[in-house]
Design a protein around this ligand. Structure first.
Ligand code: GTP
Ligand code: NA
Ligand code: MG
Length: 344
């Protein structure tokens, strides 16, 4: 078995705090590791397992359980504004698991529902980050711990009641939509109940448990999906754009397999599936190396899933964002892969 990192999509209504949540996690990670080392992929950030371990502390082992350890998480941020339905859907279709972010004081909102439909359609399991608990009236940040389970216990009882009321509004809505859900500290079986993790992207409370629940779910229930043995090389196009010095490029998520510069790459245009050889495969440099913005990317000869990457080729003009991508070293499989894309 060779387990790749799970792809985690972050979805939710505009301003629920998706980006802030990721910033907090990345920040915490950078601090925990001191020297940095978090790679900023295109539209995706890679959180290596050392950082997850440091943020989660003893919970990492407790939630994990399984013997096959994931090598980190690839997290895709998506926009919450209503006009970006397509981007949410693309993020959702690359995802193995998702974080649905809900503003605790606002509960379900239009794009919460829309995000949930995307996850439902694609059968993506998810956890809920019930964000902005620091905005609950009377909430006191516990200076001694980032663990929300601890922090909740030490709030005044009227604050605990307020949190539970807001949380059970979400549980109620989810139940109408067909899901059993519960605060993660009351969940008995993570395979049957959607875990709700109260968090604050501002204070950082709840981050250890949010990550631990994600890691636990992927390690326990997704081994087979994540195993790279005999997986086809495939991905999804997020965006197609022209870049100075590179020409036509596609930002994509490589979901499975290894992509090599010598591969034939198949993607869809409006009326046809094209086969192209990438002129370049580009990996974004880690943020701490990105001194000169003109020098953002590092060309590589091959890249292993999961990863956010950019490929360059003049043939990419007109490729549809959202198109599946397949790649192969064997010319003989091209026709089958074409059919596969046409059928998707
Ligand atoms: P879109 O990408 O536009 O959909 O928004 P988003 O979901 O990424 O939300 P974003 O991170 O941009 O946060 C929206 C606003 O909420 C910002 O002003 C944040 O500072 C604020 N915010 C996010 N999380 C928290 C939180 O936990 N507590 C408080 N008090 N404010 C928060
Ligand atoms: Na925002
Ligand atoms: Mg955002």
């Amino acid at each position: 078995m060779q387990i790749r990192q799970p792809i985690v999509a972050v979805l939710g209504h505009v301003d629920s705090g998706k980006t802030s949540l990721l910033d907090k996690i990345r920040g915490t990670g950078v601090q925990a590791r001191e020297a940095g080392g978090i790679t900023q992929h295109i539209g995706a950030s890679f959180l290596p397992s050392e950082i997850l371990k440091k943020v989660c502390g003893p919970l990492y082992v407790k939630m994990g359980g399984a013997n096959q350890e994931i090598p980190g998480l690839l997290v895709i941020d998506t926009p919450g504004h209503e006009i970006f339905t397509n981007l949410r859907a693309r993020g959702g279709s690359a995802a193995d698991i998702a974080i649905l972010v809900i503003d605790v004081n606002r509960g379900f909102q239009p794009q919460t529902n829309e995000s949930l439909k995307i996850l439902q359609n694609r059968k993506v399991p998810f956890v809920i980050a019930l964000n902005k608990v620091d905005m609950i009236s009377g909430w006191k940040k516990n200076p001694k711990t980032m663990f929300i389970s601890q922090s909740v216990k030490e709030q005044d009882s009227f604050v605990q009641t307020a949190l539970d009321e807001l949380l059970y509004n979400v549980v109620g809505t989810l139940s109408i939509l067909g899901y059993n859900s519960e605060a993660f500290y009351r969940v008995k079986d993570f395979s049957k109940e959607v875990a709700i993790v109260p968090v604050s992207a501002r204070s950082g409370e709840g981050m250890p448990e949010l990550l631990a629940v994600l890691v636990g779910l992927t390690q326990q229930y997704m081994q087979k999906k994540l195993d790279q043995t005999e997986k086809k090389t495939r991905g999804i196009v997020l965006e197609v754009k022209e870049e100075i010095g590179l020409g036509m490029t596609a930002n994509m998520i490589l979901i499975d397999g290894t992509l090599r510069k010598s591969d034939s790459v198949l993607v869809a245009k409006r009326d046809s599936v094209i086969v192209t050889k990438p002129k370049a495969i580009l990996l974004p440099k880690p943020l701490d190396e990105m001194r000169d913005p003109r020098d953002k990317f590092r060309p590589v000869n091959e890249v292993v899933a999961a990863a956010g990457i950019k490929i360059a080729s003049p043939d990419l003009d007109g490729v549809l964002p959202g198109s599946p991508v397949y790649a192969t070293t064997e010319e003989s499989t091209i026709d089958d892969l074409k059919k596969l894309i046409e059928s998707e």
